[in-house]
Design a protein around this ligand. Structure first.
Ligand code: LMR
Length: 390
């Protein structure tokens, strides 16, 4: 039976990590997978997480199972940071998931259980979104995410919502859109929420980069507005980037039910789906986040380090915009966009030339990880762009 399986190509984005690692060029540049990098190119463990991990090693007296919901102290301690002060606390709850991917998977599986057959999604999107939708047997209904001028195509989203009908969910990036960096403004979020208020389409907000755009509260504007303006919604959350816990797989799925009883029933379905998929999420990273959030000094430390990351990303964006053009490319829109990613309008041949002739690695879509650019390599990068677009 297994012999029937056909060869699958490796995930293109994850394959880039290995291609970059194998390149011996001393001045190679990794703009591939979305991990934060310092000006010296490192992806360090947060100081607050290191301190929490030391406490965990000393203080944890058992590794016995927790349950499909994971560490609920972690889940609940995050709530004020994500949602601010909820006016419907008895309707809002969540559970821990293996990373943001686990949260998106659980969100879509819950939507399917509740009757969704279709998922509206702005394109381009994070490629794994479409893979999860397809793997769950849901229909993908694409709409255009960004205009040619580099703003959000809000009219395309509103038109998709207006014609969606029953049985649809919409998957929205909460902030720091992956891959375009093109976010909705607060005014646009308000229009989206008004369009969702009739409750026909279930909103699923993927919030994987909170704190890396404009600020913790600013980046949560959309998720908070959705919860305030609609009866029910799902929010998939990731701590992979804003706590730097990538490989530890730390995420959570939050939901707002129509009432407290609905929230309890959503939880029971979340438990059942988790049990069937991964049984229970890995503990270590979530426990470390909980310890950070239980301690005011460590929390302040975490937020300060996150602010430093945000400033660095903003600095790279400003430097790109200040550069103006590179060959035929206009770099100024990247200064107006947010978060770790931007899309360069390059052809596959140009992306291949950047790799083979300049040892610059980016996704085949033209997406770059802004945090891979540093004061030391920005000149090489813009020179290479000028050379390949000349
Ligand atoms: C990315 O888009 O680079 C990250 O979200 C990592 C991943 O899992 O794809």
């Amino acid at each position: 039976m297994l012999n029937r399986l056909t060869q699958q190509s490796p995930d293109a984005l994850l394959a880039l990590i290995k291609l970059h690692d194998a390149d011996p060029a001393p001045d190679k540049i990794d703009l591939g997978v979305g991990v934060f990098r310092t000006e010296s190119g490192a992806t360090p463990v947060f100081g607050a997480i290191k301190a929490a991990e030391r406490r965990l090693v000393e203080g944890q007296d058992s590794k016995a199972y927790l349950g499909p919901e994971g560490d609920m102290g972690f889940v609940h301690r995050l709530i004020p940071h994500i949602f601010g002060k909820s006016d419907k606390p008895d309707r809002l709850d969540g559970m821990q998931t293996p990373g943001g991917t686990g949260a998106v998977r659980l969100a879509l599986a819950l939507a399917k259980r509740a009757g969704a057959t279709r998922v509206l999604m702005g394109t381009p999107s994070w490629p794994n979104h479409a893979q999860i939708v397809a793997d769950l047997g849901l229909e993908l209904v694409p709409f255009n995410h960004a205009t040619a001028e580099g703003a959000a195509d809000i009219e395309a989203l509103l038109a998709a919502l207006a014609t969606a009908g029953e049985g649809a969910a919409v998957l929205l990036h909460g902030c720091c859109h992956n891959p375009t960096g093109v976010d909705y403004t607060p005014g646009e979020w308000d229009r989206i929420v008004a369009a969702l208020a009739n409750g026909v389409v279930l909103p699923i907000v993927d919030l994987a980069y909170q704190g890396l755009g404009a600020g913790m509260a600013e980046d949560a504007y959309g998720a908070r507005a959705v919860l305030a303006g609609v009866a029910e919604a799902l929010v998939a959350y990731s701590c992979d980037k804003n706590f730097g816990l990538y490989r530890d797989r730390v995420g959570a799925l939050y939901w707002q039910g129509q009432d407290a009883d609905a929230a309890t029933r959503i939880m029971s379905n979340g438990h059942a789906l988790a049990r069937a998929n991964w049984s229970m999420p890995p503990d270590h990273g979530a426990a470390a986040v909980r310890l950070v959030l239980e301690d005011a000094a460590l929390t302040a430390d975490w937020l300060a380090e996150l602010e430093g990351m945000r400033r660095r990303i903003r600095g790279v964006r400003d430097a790109l915009a200040a550069h103006g053009t590179a060959g035929t490319l206009d770099l100024t829109p990247y200064g107006r966009q947010q978060g770790m990613f931007a899309m360069l309008p390059l052809t596959p041949a140009q992306i291949a030339a950047l790799r083979s002739e300049h040892s610059i690695y980016m996704a085949g879509s033209g997406r770059i990880n802004i945090a891979g650019l540093t004061p030391g390599n920005l000149g090489k990068f813009t020179d290479a762009l000028a050379a390949i677009t000349a």
